[in-house]
Design a protein around this ligand. Structure first.
Ligand code: URA
Length: 208
């Protein structure tokens, strides 16, 4: 049963404040801050990425760097208003290695993903989305609780739990790293995956 909007917002505020002091794993020691999810608690769709990048770590918001730029463009092309979705990450602290002045992204391991999973579970239980979109392998592991090949599972609506469906697609930063000649084709596939979100997006959900 969905919480009334006011109660859900209050609970979300409480959980976000608690997550700001998270010590579930060692990553808090090096990151600037916890980057919690962003969006309405009434969203019917949660988009899950891997972890904040350099810019997200500094700004305290998910997907505001280069990967966020691709995500915004692809969502718009798929006819989805990002403002109607809730955007978050599997891991809420930036994991990186220092190379001089540069902080290089490092992939979170299973232990770090597991340590952070209670926050994602709380976001899911407060928002009760109709659809959870896992972007990339880390998000797939965090959302589905197991590794699943992206190529074989992407682009179709999957059963996830009693109240939500799941959708698997690539992580938008995959597009940043690939050869220029392959980009248009892979980007089009990403947009086509995201088009499956549209039926789940609604402006507002009625309180139960
Ligand atoms: N990559 C992610 O997975 N999440 C962000 O917020 C930014 C980049």
């Amino acid at each position: 049963m969905n919480m009334p909007a006011g109660a859900a917002q209050k609970e979300w505020d409480r959980v976000r404040k608690e997550a700001a002091h998270c010590r579930n794993c060692h990553l808090y020691r090096y990151a600037t801050q916890t980057v919690f999810g962003e969006g309405s608690v009434r969203s019917s769709v949660i988009l899950v990425g891997e972890q904040p990048g350099n810019q997200e770590d500094l700004k305290g918001l998910p997907f505001v760097g280069p990967a966020g730029g691709i995500l915004n463009r692809a969502l718009a092309e798929a006819g989805i208003d990002r403002g109607k979705a809730y955007v978050t990450n599997a891991v809420k602290h930036f994991k990186f290695a220092r190379r001089g002045k540069i902080r290089l992204h490092q992939k979170p391991n299973a232990q770090e993903i597991g340590a952070c999973n209670p926050w994602l579970s709380l976001e899911r239980s407060i928002i009760r989305p109709k659809l959870v979109v896992a972007m990339g392998a880390t998000a797939v592991y965090a959302v589905f609780g197991k590794t699943m090949p992206i190529g074989r599972n992407r682009g179709r609506i999957l059963d996830l739990d009693a109240t939500s469906k799941g959708l698997i697609t690539i992580h938008p930063s995959y597009l940043l790293r690939m050869d220029e000649e392959d980009k248009p084709r892979e980007y089009a596939k990403f947009v086509s995956d995201l088009r499956l979100i549209a039926p789940f997006v609604r402006a507002r959900r009625k309180a139960a």
